[in-house]
Design a protein. Structure first.
Length: 301
């Protein structure tokens, strides 16, 4: 015997409008297990004398077998739908935001955004995209220089740069220091605020800091913590922090709340199942050594 089925999963917005729907068709082949076939033969040979005993057993075994087949089919169907949703998560997220009237990962245009004491910092931060890779960068000069990580720009010679205003432009990758995991990108001057780099002593242990970035696509997100330690990883001086640094934060600034200057470029963190609150930023000292064209910390904004 063969049974056909259709399973669907849909997503709707608050108004009940269907945004996207997934559906899977399938078939289940059913045949009685050998134990049921044996009981059927035994019932026939016994001229139904054993029927009061064998029929309930047949029903129970056949029913359990059918339930098992149905459970396997449902599990397989759900796995297929989950795989489709994961594959389309970027498209689905953009669709949801478009219906809301906003940008993906941002705030709907119709929603008022209250002023923040971090606005000047946020305006200097950008989202960097290269193909499927998304990371963060920040302006470090009035002439359009942007700092990020080399693993964010990869091997690209140009990247997409999105400002907090929503404007998107193409930035040229003008310098790379892979040993320090740093990259320098150049865009046309924007007139937006830019962040200056701190001297190493400005970010001592215990300094309150914030990390700004695009964790998992949620752009212009702020997390707060302290400088936990200053360490050397190989030949590179890094700032250890307990401020949350997640996938997408790479290339964003770690800013001292005491001076408003950047003490480091967020670059990596340990998985949360390995260690909590263990992130690292390449120190501003390393940035200045890698890219001497950037103004030193003595310059005021």
């Amino acid at each position: 015997m063969c049974f056909s089925y259709r399973f669907g999963l849909g997503f709707r917005d608050a108004a009940g409008t269907e945004l996207v729907k997934y559906a899977v068709d399938g078939t289940v082949e059913y045949s009685n297990p050998l134990s049921v076939q044996a009981l059927n033969i035994l019932t026939g040979l016994s001229m139904l004398v054993l029927a009061p005993f064998t029929v309930p057993a047949i029903a129970e075994i056949a029913g359990d077998h059918a339930v098992s087949l149905a459970e396997d089919a449902l599990r397989d169907t759900l796995d297929r739908i989950v795989a489709d949703v994961r594959r389309d998560h970027g498209k689905f997220r953009r669709l949801v935001c478009e219906r809301r009237g906003g940008a993906a990962g941002g705030i709907p245009k119709t929603m008022p955004v209250p002023a923040s004491k971090y606005d000047d910092f946020l305006e200097a931060v950008v989202v960097i995209r290269t193909g499927q890779r998304v990371g963060t960068g920040f302006l470090v000069s009035s002439d359009g220089h942007i700092l990020s990580n080399s693993h964010v720009v990869g091997l690209e010679r140009s990247v997409s740069v999105k400002l907090r205003t929503g404007e998107t432009s193409i930035g040229a990758v003008v310098a790379i220091d892979r040993s320090r995991d740093l990259a320098l990108v150049k865009v046309q001057p924007t007139g937006l605020p830019w962040l200056s780099l701190a001297a190493l002593e400005d970010g001592g242990i215990g300094t309150d800091v914030i990390a700004v970035g695009t964790p998992y696509g949620f752009d212009w997100s702020v997390s707060r913590g302290i400088v936990s330690a200053i360490r050397r990883l190989g030949d590179v001086v890094v700032i250890q922090t307990d401020a949350a640094i997640n996938l997408g934060n790479s290339g964003g600034p770690l800013i001292s709340l005491q001076t408003g200057r950047v003490v480091g470029v967020n670059t990596l963190s340990f998985r949360k199942d390995v260690a909590e609150g263990l992130g690292f930023a390449v120190s501003s000292q390393e940035v200045l050594e890698a890219f001497p064209e950037i103004e030193p910390p003595s310059r005021s904004q």
